[in-house]
Design a protein around this ligand. Structure first.
Ligand code: 13P
Length: 287
C-alpha cells in the first residue's frame, strides 16, 4: 500500500539519514526502483513530474501502474507516490484525486505572499486525503522537464512564512540545480542548519544528481532528509541503451525485443545507481 511520506521523512530526520526520491519515467523505471528498495529494505519516494505523468498516460495510469507493481512484486517497504514540482493548485488536486500520497506545490515562481497563500490551499486539500505536502522557496537552478531556472537562494524569512502553512517538508533552495552541475556545486550548508532549526521541518534537496558524496553527507547532517534524484538514473538508462546499440545487439537474432534492448544493460544500470544513492543516503534497513 502506498503511504503518506511524512512518517518516513520524520524518521529519517531523527535518525540523521535521508530518503531518496527517485523520479520515474516509465514502467521499467518504476520496477527497477521498487525491486531495488525491496532488496535493500529501504523506504522510498517515487517522484513524478507533470510531464512524466503525461508521458505515462496520466495520473490514473501512474497510480494504477505503481499499485499493480507493488502488489505483483510483493513490495512491503514503505513507498510514497509523490508529485514533483506541481506548478498549479489544480495539478496538485488532480494528483491527489487520482491517488498520489504526497505532493509538492511549487509556487517558487510567484511572490512569497502568493506562494504562501496557494501552498495553504494545497495543504488544506491534501489534509482531507491524508497526503503529505512539500513546498519550495527560492529556486532550484538548471532544467527539469523543459523548465529552466536560475539559482535563487531561499531566505530565512521565506522559510518561516511557508512553514506556517502546515507543510510537512520544505525545499529551501540553497544552490542545487536540476541536471548537470557546471563545476562544483555551491551549497549553503550554514543556511541549511539555520533554516532547519528555525522551521523545525525536514529539508528537501533537489538536484541530487552530480553532487559529490562528501557534500551529500554534509547536507544530510545539515538538515536534508529527502534527496531527489532523476538525472543520474536517466543517464544510466541511456548509457545502457547506447552500449546495446553500439554493440549492435539489436541486429542479431531477436535482439530488437524491447525486453532485451532495455533489459540487457539499461535496467541493471538504473538499479546500480539507485542502490548507490540509497547506500549513500543511509536508508538501508530503515523500512
Ligand atoms: P536531478 O535531475 O538533478 O537529479 O534532480 C532531481 C530533482 O530535483 C527532482 O525534483
Amino acid at each position: 500500500m502506498l503511504v503518506n511520506a511524512k512518517e518516513m521523512i520524520l524518521k529519517a530526520k531523527a535518525g540523521k539519514y535521508a530518503i531518496a526520491q527517485i523520479n520515474i519515467n516509465n514502467l521499467e523505471w518504476t520496477k527497477a526502483a521498487l525491486e531495488t528498495v525491496q532488496e535493500l529494505n529501504s523506504p522510498v519516494i517515487l517522484g513524478v513530474t507533470s510531464g512524466a505523468a503525461k508521458w505515462m498516460g496520466g495520473w490514473n495510469a501512474v497510480v494504477g501502474m505503481v499499485n499493480g507493481l507493488m502488489k505483483d512484486l510483493k513490495i512491503t517497504v514503505p513507498v510514497a507516490l509523490h508529485l514533483d514540482h506541481g506548478g498549479a493548485i489544480e495539478i496538485c488536486k488532480e494528483a491527489i484525486d487520482a491517488g498520489f500520497t504526497s505532493v509538492m506545490y511549487d509556487g517558487s515562481h510567484d511572490s512569497i505572499e502568493k506562494n504562501v497563500e496557494d501552498t495553504r490551499t494545497v495543504v488544506e486539500y491534501a489534509a482531507k486525503a491524508n497526503v503529505s505536502v512539500e513546498a519550495e522557496v527560492g529556486t532550484v537552478g538548471g532544467t527539469e522537464d523543459g523548465v529552466t531556472g536560475g539559482v535563487n537562494y531561499a531566505s530565512l524569512d521565506e522559510c518561516v512564512s511557508i512553514a506556517e502553512t502546515g507543510i510537512d517538508f520544505l525545499a529551501a533552495s540553497l544552490g542545487s540545480v536540476h541536471g548537470n552541475y557546471v563545476g562544483e556545486p555551491k551549497l549553503g550548508f550554514k543556511e541549511m542548519v539555520q533554516y532547519s532549526k528555525k522551521t523545525d521541518l525536514p529539508l528537501v534537496l533537489h538536484g541530487g544528481s552530480g553532487i559529490p558524496d562528501d557534500m551529500i553527507k554534509k547536507a544530510i547532517s545539515s538538515g536534508q532528509s529527502k534527496i531527489n534524484v532523476n538525472t543520474e538514473v536517466q543517464q544510466a538508462f541511456s548509457a545502457g541503451i547506447r552500449k546495446y546499440i553500439e554493440e549492435e545487439k539489436d541486429q542479431s537474432g531477436t535482439g530488437y525485443d524491447p525486453r532485451k534492448v532495455i533489459g540487457t544493460y539499461a535496467y541493471n544500470n538504473m538499479k546500480e545507481v539507485i542502490k548507490r544513492k540509497i547506500e549513500l543516503f543511509g536508508s538501508i534497513d530503515k523500512a
